[in-house]
Ligand binder design. Structure first.
Ligand code: ADP
Ligand code: MG
Length: 333
């Protein structure tokens, strides 16, 4: 089982940022409103993710580190319409097989927090407010070959920050802080209710810069509900027209049902809407939030869940194309 976990780890954990992403996913699934990430040496020495979510009951702590231990999926039907970020129940087990893990958690309604050491399996009571802290030390300590593939601390840190940034753009209702070597690197304060427009605008300004908000337009589109076979697809967010100097390839953020994804269909649709606006090699800047019937999108394509498969990819393409088209055609607002 340890070996299987290590193989799974190879697919899930490429670098510290992969761990950060999984731990922040878990914190969000637990309903956290504040998430603090602490790193040492770009995350290689230590990744600690602290949340104020619902916590883990003491008898469920050891189970959390076991493979296919997920509290989130009860049936195959649930897998069809995954509402949580995690569902495979293998991230913590995988991470625990390639690093020195500890979980500190206090479940709501419990008087104590408990600390579980992944290496020894030892469980002891400690003091902590309701919520969870997961600590991952010495990533890849047992697989030096993989550790060698890591880049400099600064590069690994940048990837970790990027992982949190992707979450932050999806969740303006949650506060995020990132510390590296005891210094505050980024802080994005909670902006308001999950689906509030002002909150999203504030978060976009905080994360992508106020110039992004100034140089972008709202996207707000819903495909018309026609028949059963063509479910409604909504696309909202902001699309920016960057000047040449700010153009960067990594400023495209796309979310499907709250999950950050990289998808050819969406990228192509957005790109084609931009064709007449962007000349030369400039890259569009956008944050697009697509919501659709969860049974029409498969998120269980890859362990990292960054790829999705749409059942109606032509409809998705058309919705994104039209959404961005009409936003860019409208006067600046
Ligand atoms: P998954 O997220 O796919 O369910 P993980 O391996 O990431 O699997 O986590 C295993 C289980 O541990 C989760 O299903 C959840 O019950 C528990 N867990 C992990 N992290 C947290 C957290 N920060 N707060 C509450 N529960 C957590
Ligand atoms: Mg998870």
């Amino acid at each position: 089982d340890e070996l299987i976990s290590q193989i799974a780890a190879g697919e899930v954990v490429e670098r510290p940022a992969s761990v950060v992403r999984e731990l922040v996913d878990n914190a969000l699934d637990a309903g956290a409103s504040q998430i603090t990430v602490r790193l040492l040496a770009g995350g290689v020495r230590l990744i600690s993710v602290e949340d104020d979510g619902s916590g883990i009951l003491p008898d469920e702590l050891p189970i959390a580190l076991k493979r296919h231990a997920t509290s989130k999926i009860g049936s195959l039907a649930d897998l069809e319409s995954v509402g949580t970020m995690g569902f495979r129940g293998e991230a913590l087990a995988a991470i625990n097989s390639i690093a020195d893990c500890a979980i500190l958690s206090r479940a709501s309604g419990q008087n104590h927090a408990y600390l579980l050491e992944g290496q020894t399996g030892e469980l002891k009571p400690v003091a902590r407010a309701v919520g969870t802290t997961v600590e991952v030390k010495e990533l890849f300590f047992s697989t030096p070959a993989r550790r060698k593939f890591l880049k400099t601390d600064a590069t690994e840190l940048a990837h970790c920050v990027e992982a949190v940034r992707r979450h932050a753009l999806a969740r303006p209702d949650v506060g995020f802080a990132i510390w590296h070597e005891g210094k505050l690197v980024e802080q994005w304060r909670r902006c308001g209710a999950p689906d509030s427009l002002p909150a999203l605008e504030q978060r976009l300004a905080d994360v992508l810069g106020s110039d992004f908000v100034e140089q972008s337009v709202w996207v707000d589109y819903a495909s018309s509900a026609q028949a059963d076979y063509a479910p409604r697809i909504k696309v909202w967010g902001r699309a920016g027209v960057p000047d040449a100097a700010r153009s960067r390839a990594d400023q495209q953020f796309c979310y499907v049902n709250g999950r950050f994804v990289r998808d050819k269909v969406v990228t192509h649709a957005a790109r084609s809407a931009y064709e007449d606006v962007l000349h030369g090699h400039r890259q569009p800047v956008y944050a697009l939030y697509i919501t659709m019937d969860p049974t029409r999108v498969d998120v269980n394509v890859h362990p990292t869940k960054i790829e999705v498969r749409f059942r109606d990819s032509r409809d998705v393409h058309q919705a994104v194309r039209r959404a961005v088209d009409s936003a860019l055609a409208a006067p600046r607002a």
